[in-house]
Design a binder for this molecule. Structure first.
Ligand code: G3P
Length: 269
């Protein structure tokens, strides 16, 4: 499984890439806003170019604004042509983006995905919350689908009111409520289960579309996402750090350091 970094924060991107294990970047309007706020406002076009340069030729997802298929297609083309000389731009299209003033939902994401994919512009279909959405996105020609694991867990928690707090983890087997019933939403017991299900479907039909597990919230979830067979997990920098930490590792390092005798140091001279 590849690791992407889920941030638009240039300092985090540079730091994470320096570790030598990151192979792509995902951004969205919220992450761009967070990065801009931190900078105290910035020329976003120049900032995006810097992100692309920092990406060292790996895929960088940039999201459209939404709207009709034609609008998203035009926005995707614009982003692609504007930034493609700076890095490997991937256009992020929400799977089901548009609700009009009469609360009517428009299914424009798939159309835009097909239009861009047919022109060999790589598309990352985002905000995927069900295996069915992922299946349709794959048929439409998406290069990546982004199932939002953490947000499915949020949703399952919310359904149960105060019974579960933010730190309760919905693992791959799901968790039970106080009456012993497994908590599900349309058969999904967790965000990891969502990814597991998509992986089975894609394997059954040899889809080339890659599963880019998103909305990752902690190290254990990333582990279970890897077990589930995601091709990529996009991970916020703090979670990436959490994946490396273990108190026994730190304890072990301290003990080794305490045991270094002068003769051992001489080996490095
Ligand atoms: O890649 C999607 C991600 O940025 C959303 O994460 O934690 O806001 O659900 P989160």
């Amino acid at each position: 499984m590849k690791i992407f970094i889920d941030t638009a924060d240039l300092a985090e991107i540079k730091d994470a890439f320096s570790w030598g294990i990151v192979e792509g970047i995902t951004t969205n309007p919220s992450l761009m806003k967070k990065a801009q706020d931190k900078q105290g406002g910035t020329n976003l076009e120049e900032y995006v170019k810097k992100i692309l340069v920092a990406s060292r030729g790996t895929p960088v997802s940039l999201e459209v604004l939404g709207g009709t298929a034609e609008e998203m297609y035009a926005q995707g083309k614009k982003l692609y042509s504007k930034f493609k000389n700076y890095g490997a731009v991937v256009i992020k299209i929400p799977v089901n983006p548009s609700v009009d003033d009469n609360s009517k939902v428009h299914y424009e994401g798939l159309k835009a995905t097909k239009m861009l994919s047919e022109e060999n512009i790589p598309v990352n279909v985002t905000l995927v919350m069900t295996p069915e959405q992922a299946l349709l996105a794959a048929i439409a020609g998406a290069t990546y689908v982004s199932p939002f694991a953490g947000r499915i867990d949020d949703h399952l928690r919310k359904q149960r009111g105060k019974e579960f707090g933010k730190l309760d983890y919905f693992n791959k087997h799901g968790i039970k409520d106080s009456k012993g019933n497994l908590i599900t939403d349309t058969g999904l017991v967790s965000g990891v289960h969502l990814i597991n299900s998509i992986a089975s479907i894609f394997r059954n039909y040899n889809f080339k579309t890659q599963i880019l597990a998103a909305s990752t919230r902690n190290a254990r979830q990333v582990r279970e996402i890897a077990e589930a067979g995601a091709h990529i997990a996009t991970i916020p920098f703090p979670v990436l750090k959490e994946m490396i930490h273990h108190h026994k590792t730190l304890e072990g390092m301290k003990a080794f350091t305490d045991d270094i005798v002068p003769e051992y140091r001489k080996l490095f001279e």
